[in-house]
Unconditional design. Structure first.
Ligand code: ACO
Length: 399
């Protein structure tokens, strides 16, 4: 590969690449994707194997530290995360200042910025010990913040974390438990959520991860960088797609227009009509994560005893789209977000929490990339070029 930055600097050329379709901004040893073949590997391990037989915390360790953890390493990591789940009591007042109608993505990104104010002197990017502590604090506290965002939206009391519970069980309790009665963990739900978090844990230089790296390249700390990543993730073309898919399915059902009619409108490129959850910048084949999610959707709904006509609608939509020339020619396949919403809904999460679940899943990836960027001696402040198309030099009119 060419080192374009050196080449273009020397030659005076500037490459114009809208959407960075063909420009690498970094080297990375974290995640490998082959979009033509539908391959995804974290640190060399196939996503299928990780989803089948590892846990989210193991994968978080793998992404951040490069190897699968030993039992001792995992135990220590888990223990440290459990010890850091509590939020400063004052931070609870922050939630009171927001309307209950606030989108939970806006709540968690701003809460994370607010969280950083408690650790200003302990988040120095150049101090490895502080980076380590911040890593743990983020992993421990984001799920609690997310649980509070959910409770805030539903008008229920916040719960303190229960550190006797595993990472995922603690998160489920914070979302679905209440003050009046003990919360019973459903192992099916817990396992399914753990697997979904694994599937979202990293995806190399996507928009939010690139945002985290870009912000981090300025010397900003991990809190600031991850908060920016959450905002990048919130858009409907990125993480927000899981929410948009369910809204789309609901609209198709409510309109009664039928799936084929809707697909026609997509193909006619009617304003604002896209097949959400389809297409990917990198995958020009079936997204391997979507394959796993699709298999889990049936399994999870059956085990939870839920039947959802939206899942049938999603399958019908997929079938019609996959057989249609418009989608074939453009190599558009379901992405990870196409079926996740149906599962999150069956678990009881409101639609507006879906992207928050994505953010919790993606957190280890963001942290791993920020740390890789921070440790790479070749890192420079990110600063894209532009081709100026405005006015030539001119003088203000005489006044
Ligand atoms: N529905 C209908 N047509 C589509 C879709 C779609 N979901 N996605 C792409 N196309 C069409 C485009 O209109 C374009 O057609 P044209 O050549 O006739 O103009 C062609 O396919 C190529 O699309 P691009 O927009 O150039 O593809 P790009 O790589 O820039 O975009 C993206 C990728 C943003 C994911 C796009 O496919 C999309 O908007 N999908 C829907 C939103 C979505 O599901 N996002 C989640 C992505 S995965 C994630 O973040 C976890």
């Amino acid at each position: 590969s060419l080192d374009v930055s050196t080449l273009t600097r020397q030659s005076g050329l500037t490459a114009l690449d809208y959407g960075f379709v063909n420009t690498a901004a970094t080297k990375s040893s974290i995640t490998y994707i082959d979009g033509d073949q539908g391959i995804l590997r974290y640190r060399g391990y196939p996503i299928e194997q990780l989803a089948a037989s590892s846990t989210y915390l193991e994968v978080a360790w793998l992404l951040i530290y490069g190897e699968m953890p030993t039992a001792d390493q995992l135990g220590e990591f888990d223990e440290k995360i459990r010890r850091h789940t509590l939020l400063h009591e004052d931070l609870k007042h922050f939630f009171s200042a927001l309307p209950h109608t606030a989108h939970p993505m806006a709540v968690i990104s701003s809460a994370l910025s607010a969280l950083s104010t408690y650790y200003e002197s302990a988040a120095d990017p150049s101090d490895p010990e502080q980076v380590e502590l911040t890593t743990i604090r983020l992993l421990a506290k984001l799920p609690v913040i997310a649980g509070y965002a959910h409770k805030k939206a539903t008008g229920q009391a916040f719960l303190y974390p229960d550190n006797s519970l595993s990472f995922v069980d603690n998160f489920l309790r914070l979302n679905f438990g209440n003050m009046a009665e003990p919360y019973e963990i459903d192992p099916v739900l817990s396992k399914a959520l753990d697997r979904l978090l694994i599937l979202h844990a990293d995806h190399e230089q996507n928009a939010s991860t690139s945002t985290v790296r870009l912000v981090g390249s300025t010397g900003a700390n991990l809190y600031a960088s991850v908060s920016a990543g959450i905002n990048a993730l919130s858009g409907p073309l990125h993480g927000g797609a899981n929410e948009a898919v369910l809204e789309m399915l609901g609209r198709i059902r409510d309109s009664g227009e039928g799936v084929s009619k809707f697909v026609e409108r997509v193909k006619n490129k009617e304003e604002g009509v896209k097949l959400m959850g389809f297409g990917h910048r990198v995958y020009k084949n079936y997204d391997p994560r979507a394959k796993i999610v699709k298999e889990s959707a049936d399994e999870v709904l059956a085990q939870l005893g839920v039947s959802d006509p939206l899942l049938d609608l999603a399958k019908e939509l997929e079938q019609i789209a996959l057989e249609d020339d418009y989608f074939k020619e453009r190599r558009l396949y379901p992405n990870v977000d196409f079926y996740t919403g149906v599962i999150y809904k069956a678990m009881g999460f409101p639609t507006r929490m879906f992207t928050v679940l994505f953010a919790i899943g993606r957190l280890p990836g963001w942290v791993a990339h920020w740390r890789e960027m921070n440790e790479d001696p070749q890192t420079k402040i990110g600063r894209p070029q532009q081709l100026y198309t405005g006015s030539a030099a001119r003088d203000l009119p005489q006044r």
